[in-house]
Design a binder for this molecule. Structure first.
Ligand SMILES: Cc1ncc(COP(=O)(O)O)c(C=O)c1O
Length: 441
């Protein structure tokens, strides 16, 4: 097929996620290597969002490909009740990478299912039914995970599941109150959270689900002390803390898992994306020893045909080995520092940049009409004149590929990116922000 034939066939026969179908116009990808991919006309694009913040090791990693091929040669599949070596190896590796309190892993196909199963386990173990999650969150698109999700992508599922309660995020930049210190912000948000726990009925809440660092909704990094404080509240009220590490896991934030930046030990960790870097889909739920022990003599009422798919697990083992052997965390520290410096420069130089937030190679550029008032470039949940779409279009013209959410541009390149590549790519973003300064604010 030609690139045009692929595009036309997809437009005619397939439905694309989160899109008005008449608007879709997929780039047909012919080749891909490292942080780049090429279309059928030979144009090179830079992947500045690691696709959906999942291809942490970029395209064309031979070690992962070889591990998948070796598993294909042994066998592609045996059911979850059989012993597959890649499944055993991956479960052990993941538990060893997690904090000491974590005991076992339940594998899923991807992130939404991981969250679904985490909530199910928390409800079974606690005998409670309510689940709290935040407004500015994305936890997946399936029915349960979509109900955990707080942002507008949950609306199509409403009226939602009874007992799924939302609370506010520690989104300090966009808060009406100006806090003197991070600690003051933390105290405010934790007090509100505790109040809400009591209003909801402290004995009814099974779990609090949080993206350790909010991802798609704007890389919202919690203020100092917030996560340990939330964990303390969970302990006080017998609530299970579920950290959604689907995006923040696997070296993305400069640590193997995002929660390591905040010195907490979650009761449950959900993961997907970077565990296999998208080479084969896989996700999972890592649970505390206590929760694992609960299921020693109680039924684990969870199951999937493809739980622990041998190909996914083989890819997972290869990814983890690569993260470790290639010292990916060192590159994240080096390139992440370069990215942070560039983003700070953009914030200083462009009136349209209200805030930049970054940790490791996970970052967001928040666009505003006015730096002083912090008025967002587009109002929440609305972009009637397609401003953000135009901005994305200008980035695409420069072959800088990423996605936006509300008034925010996500920059989260593969973790193998070099400092030189960061400088080359940010120069493109710089140019586009110059146009936004002149034409959109
Ligand atoms: C934080 C978070 N949780 C869950 C999910 C859902 O994962 P999946 O699309 O693999 O089901 C995503 C996807 O973007 C995510 O960012």
């Amino acid at each position: 097929m030609t690139g045009e034939q692929i595009r036309a066939t997809l437009k005619k026969y397939s439905l694309q996620s989160w899109s008005k179908q008449k608007d879709i116009n997929p780039i047909s990808v012919k080749e891909a290597e490292g942080i780049y991919f090429w279309d059928y006309d030979g144009n090179r694009y830079s992947d500045m969002s690691s696709q959906l913040v999942n291809m942490n090791l970029g395209f064309g990693n031979k070690q992962i490909g070889d591990a998948i091929k070796a598993q294909v040669d042994q066998y592609c599949f045996v059911g979850p009740g059989y012993g597959a070596q890649s499944r055993a190896k991956l479960a052990k590796k993941i538990v060893e990478l997690m904090p000491d309190n974590i005991g076992k892993v339940f594998f899923t196909n991807a992130g939404a299912e991981a969250n679904e199963n985490a909530v199910k386990m928390a409800r079974i173990v606690t005998g409670r039914h309510k689940v709290m999650s935040r407004y500015r969150s994305y936890h997946g698109a399936s029915f349960g995970a979509g109900n955990l999700t707080g942002e507008p992508r949950r609306f199509a599922l409403e009226p939602g599941i009874p007992g799924f309660v939302k609370f506010f995020d520690p989104y300090v930049y966009r808060e009406a109150i100006r806090f003197e210190t991070e600690e003051a912000a933390t105290a405010y948000y934790l007090e509100k959270l505790e109040e809400q726990i009591r209003y909801e009925g402290k004995d009814a809440i099974a779990a609090i689900v949080l993206e350790t660092i909010t991802g798609s909704n704007g890389v919202i990094i919690p203020p100092q002390g917030y996560l340990p404080g939330a964990k303390a509240l969970c302990e006080k009220y017998g609530i299970i803390m579920i950290c959604d590490e689907v995006m923040t896991g696997w070296c993305r934030t400069g640590k193997m898992f995002g929660f390591e930046n905040f010195d907490i030990e979650p009761d449950i960790v959900t993961f997907a994306k970077g565990v296999t870097c998208g080479y084969v889909p896989l996700g999972g739920v890592a649970v505390s020893k206590e929760i694992a022990a609960y299921f020693d003599d109680k039924l684990l009422s969870c199951g999937l045909t493809y739980s622990g798919h041998p190909l996914g697990c083989a890819a997972g083992v290869a990814c983890i080995e690569y993260y470790e052997e290639a010292n990916i965390l060192e590159n994240v520290a080096r390139s992440g520092k370069a990215l942070g410096e560039q983003l700070e420069r953009l914030k200083n130089e462009h009136p349209c940049v209200g805030d930049v937030r970054y940790i490791g190679l996970f970052s967001a550029v928040e666009l505003v009409k006015d730096k002083e008032t912090r008025e967002a470039l587009v109002p929440y949940g609305e972009d009637p004149s397609g401003v953000m779409k135009s901005i994305l279009g200008m980035l695409k013209e420069r072959r800088f590929m990423t996605y936006t959410h509300e008034n925010i541009i996500i920059v989260a390149p593969p973790l193998t990116i070099t400092e030189k590549q960061i400088a080359e790519e940010i120069a493109k973003l710089d140019e586009v922000l110059g146009v936004v300064d002149k034409e959109y604010i």
